[in-house]
Design a protein around this ligand. Structure first.
Ligand code: RNT
Ligand code: ZN
Length: 421
């Protein structure tokens, strides 16, 4: 598509949306300010740099062995830079604790320090990127029982408490240096494959562990902790200590941020409907936008009905500034850089569509009991020229439009990732 064609299509789209009372420029402005927190772990199948030859545990798994995964920090940064060059807007990178710059040394989880992340902070500052953080409670000898912070063994719990303490301080240091709070996501995989009789006991231990570590007060100017729930994982099908009810209770009680991962519920249960509820009880939400398919909670995000519903709920709530949008998926069976770009673009497109909704008018129909009109307009909106607006947004931000990113990824594969053998 040529520059003028994009502009013509945008002009036409603007006129069409104006007939519905939608201000397109305002929507584009808002989209520009939505930073998506891009997970670093799609690039290397959640292996990290602590022990890249180790096994991924904790109830998560990647399948496939597509060539070209990032094996070093530099390769990972190069892949992320490529991704960012194909995405309009300013975004964040979400790091896991196992992605530190350990300089070839083994640094255990209860030993990590801000210095192991300084090169990430410098890299991010140079590139105008903000960083979010995640403590890593999986892929470790001391999580072999299936439990960490809710293990019966106090020595195991102590080890992981120290990890959490250190992660909070690292995240706070990141937040301080970047002049923007670092969101620190805490996901604890603890659970069991089969019928568990000590559910209450483990949950009580998890509360004790969390309370003890979170007692250390750190300003939200630097650090925002959030807790991520899950219903089941691979090998923890029967019981997960940190269930939805557990963290719903814990975050509401402690006025903390809750993380909702789209793949962490019953297969037909969705997070879109939880957004308006939880926003009434917790200060902020963190989302792990993901796509569940059957047993897997982490397929590449695409423009599904549920993704659109999530975006609609964020926008319709009028609380966009209290919802942090992060991604969480990992697919080792396709080009990993491509997987990033498709997922991020899909998330932006869903947000844009939601921003282009004449919500006030739809609310009027609702109030006046005009349910047919509401339904009909919601149907019409699906086929409105929102993609012309997205193309314009890309062009305006100096990023390739339409399907041109596919060729870029093919070239990067040819020149870079396919050579990683
Ligand atoms: C696992 C959780 C968690 C992880 C990442 C790697 O089911 O969703 O967020 O995917 O921490
Ligand atoms: Zn998640």
């Amino acid at each position: 598509m040529k520059v003028e064609q994009v502009l013509d299509a945008y002009k036409y789209a603007k006129e069409q949306y104006a007939t519905l009372g939608v201000d397109v420029e305002n929507a584009v402005d808002k989209l520009k300010n939505i930073s998506i927190s891009i997970h670093c772990w799609q690039a290397d199948d959640v292996l990290g740099f602590e022990n890249p030859d180790g096994e991924l545990t904790g109830g998560i798994q990647t399948t496939g062995n597509f060539a070209g995964k990032a094996r070093t920090i530099n390769e990972l940064r190069s892949d992320i830079a490529k991704v960012l060059s194909l995405i309009p807007g300013k975004h964040r990178i979400s790091l896991h604790a196992i992605y530190g710059d350990f300089d070839g040394e083994f640094v255990d989880r209860d030993q990590i320090e801000p210095k192991h992340f300084q090169s990430w902070i410098d890299w991010a500052l140079e590139n105008g990127i903000k960083i979010d953080f995640n403590s890593t409670f999986f892929s470790h000898d001391k999580s072999k029982s299936g439990y960490t912070l809710s293990d019966f063994d106090p020595a195991i719990r102590n080890f992981w408490k120290e990890h959490l303490r250190r992660c909070r301080r690292i995240a706070a240091e990141i937040g301080k240096q970047q002049g923007d709070p670092c969101i620190h996501n805490i996901w604890i995989p603890d659970g069991e494959k089969d019928k568990t009789v000590s559910r209450y006991e483990h949950r009580k231990l998890l509360i004790e562990s969390l309370d003890e570590v979170l007692e250390e007060k750190i300003s939200t100017e630097y650090l925002k902790d959030c807790l991520e729930c899950k219903l089941f994982g691979i090998g923890s099908e029967s019981y997960v200590t940190g269930s939805h009810e557990f963290y719903m209770g814990y975050t509401v009680k402690n006025n903390m941020m809750l993380t909702l991962d789209a793949g962490h519920f019953h297969p037909t249960e969705t997070i879109s409907d939880k957004i308006s509820t939880m926003l009434l009880f917790v200060p902020e939400l963190n989302l792990h936008v993901s796509r569940p398919e059957r047993w897997d909670s982490d397929h590449v995000v695409i423009l599904t009905d549920e993704l659109q519903a999530i975006a609609q709920e964020i926008v319709r709530s009028g609380q966009m500034d209290r919802v942090n949008i992060g991604l969480d998926y990992f697919d080792a069976s396709i080009n990993r850089v491509g997987a990033y770009v498709v997922g991020i673009r899909a998330t932006q497109k869903a947000m844009l569509q939601a921003l282009l909704e004449p919500t006030n008018q739809l609310r009027e129909f609702e109030k006046k009991d005009k349910r047919f009109e509401r339904m009909a307009y919601l149907e019409e909106l699906k086929a409105m020229p929102w993609n012309s607006v997205y193309n314009y947004f890309c062009q305006h931000q100096g990023v390739v439009i339409g399907d041109a990113y596919i060729k870029e990824i093919q070239e990067y594969e040819k020149e870079v990732t396919s050579k990683r053998v």
